[in-house]
Design a protein around this ligand. Structure first.
Ligand SMILES: [Zn+2]
Length: 165
């Protein structure tokens, strides 16, 4: 059993060549349903510590191990896109080099992997600049605040004017 993060950052569960998406969490138990839940009724549940609570019920279709391998490779690519400054082509190359020919057919086109990596990169960059912007405007506000207090004190005769050198 393995958890793989999706493109939207949600956790998916991979088990025996099947993938599950979270349905709900109730009293610490997470209920997962088959990724093909529109066609398949298979469900599985996990405990708070991520251990298996109830084994999956039967699927209406065969397992698809290639799908799991591709989901895992894509998750690693997204992770590296955000955490490293490696070249896009290096990330794709190194995450796909061990994928067998049989599985390679389930991989998205190289151009779409490139787009995914670049999209993740620019999203994390803009998150970073938003954080920096928020921090610096907070600092400016604090500085303005202490200036206003000083001016008030000055007007009230509490604080004297800054001494001249
Ligand atoms: Zn299924």
């Amino acid at each position: 059993m393995e958890f793989i993060s999706s493109d939207k950052g949600k956790r998916k569960l991979a088990l025996n060549g099947f993938m599950y998406v979270r349905d709900k969490t109730k009293n610490g138990v997470t209920y997962w349903r088959c990724e093909d839940y529109l066609k398949c009724k298979s469900r599985v549940s996990t405990a708070e510590d991520d251990s298996l609570m109830r084994a999956p019920s039967e699927h209406s279709h065969p397992p698809n191990p290639a799908r799991v391998i591709v989901a895992r490779a894509k998750a690693s690519m997204r992770d590296r896109a955000v955490k490293s400054d490696e070249r896009t082509s290096n990330i794709i190359q190194s995450e796909t080099k061990d994928i067998s020919l049989a599985t390679a057919g389930a991989l998205p086109k190289k151009t779409s992997l490139q787009r995914m990596i670049q999209r993740k990169r620019s999203a994390s960059m803009s998150q970073y600049s938003i954080r920096r912007f928020t921090d610096s405007s907070k600092r400016i506000k604090q500085e303005q605040g202490s200036n206003e207090i000083f001016i008030e004190q000055l007007n009230a005769g509490i604080a004297g004017p800054p001494r001249k050198k």
